[in-house]
Design a protein around this ligand. Structure first.
Ligand SMILES: C[S@@+](CC[C@H](N)C(=O)[O-])C[C@H]1O[C@@H](n2cnc3c(N)ncnc32)[C@H](O)[C@@H]1O
Length: 226
């Protein structure tokens, strides 16, 4: 699949298309960022990043890439957004699944309980039910309970200390990691993850690296390997 590019547009137009427009289209509440000063006191707060929503087209591009590379195996994988905030990524992922006729378990987890409430409300607005959102610290969650094949999505949620702890768990499961704004991508190879795709645009929100810790499926041979 050739790398897709967002056509050149002003930063304001891009921000509108990639964040505000989603809420306008679906009546959700995902766009407004939240600084950590607005978070409750949590044990790993010093290691975490503030809330900000992923860009819509970045989520969709990763979905298309994995759908084409995993083919009929896609529904065998569960999807988890680690640090899901207000739930935009699981919602966009489910919309993409529905549009492609794919049934997949889709989960979001975040250590800020009020984000989980908002994520459920957002999911209810779009799909009429709460979805599967879990209030938990990323280092406490037992990822193997999601099944024996995982697509883990990270939008720069935390520093290398937490990422290292999370990867210690993920490495035990056949896992694909989608890492948007991949600040600590150098942590992944040490845990047995191989870079299988990368792309970047003019904005930092358009940089994504995708890693896998298991043998590439046959159809994945067509994935760009940069
Ligand atoms: C940049 S936001 C990403 C939000 C969402 N994934 C998206 O792309 O729209 C990072 C999120 O990670 C969460 N987070 C940070 N550290 C965490 C941890 N240790 N456990 C669970 N969630 C965490 C924050 O609360 C925040 O909502």
């Amino acid at each position: 699949m050739p790398p897709s590019r967002t056509p050149p547009q002003s930063p304001t137009t891009l921000e509108f298309q990639e964040r505000d427009r989603f809420d306008l289209d679906y009546g959700t509440n995902t766009t407004t960022p939240l600084a950590k000063s607005g978070f409750p006191d949590l044990p790993n707060l010093a290691h975490g990043k503030p809330y900000m929503a992923s860009w819509t087209s970045e989520i969709q591009q990763s979905f298309r890439l994995l759908t084409s590379s995993l083919g009929p195996r896609m529904p065998l994988y569960s999807f988890v957004d680690i640090g899901c905030g207000k739930g935009k990524v699981p919602i966009v992922w489910r919309l993409s699944c529905e549009a492609s006729g794919i049934r997949q378990r889709i989960v979001g987890l975040d250590y800020v309980a009020s984000f989980i409430d908002i994520a459920q409300q957002n999911h209810r607005k779009v799909f009429g039910n709460d979805g599967e959102f879990i209030a938990a610290d990323a280092t406490d969650f037992r990822y193997e309970t999601l099944g024996n094949g995982l697509i883990a999505y990270l939008y720069n949620p935390f520093d290398n200390v937490i990422l290292d702890k999370v990867l210690r768990q993920l490495r035990r499961i056949p896992c694909v990691v989608i890492y948007n704004i991949p600040t600590h991508a150098d942590c992944l190879p040490a845990h047995g993850f191989e870079l299988i795709h990368q792309r970047r645009g003019i904005n930092q929100n358009q940089e994504t690296k995708i890693f896998s810790n298991h043998r590439r499926p046959a159809s994945e041979a067509s994935m760009p390997r940069l």
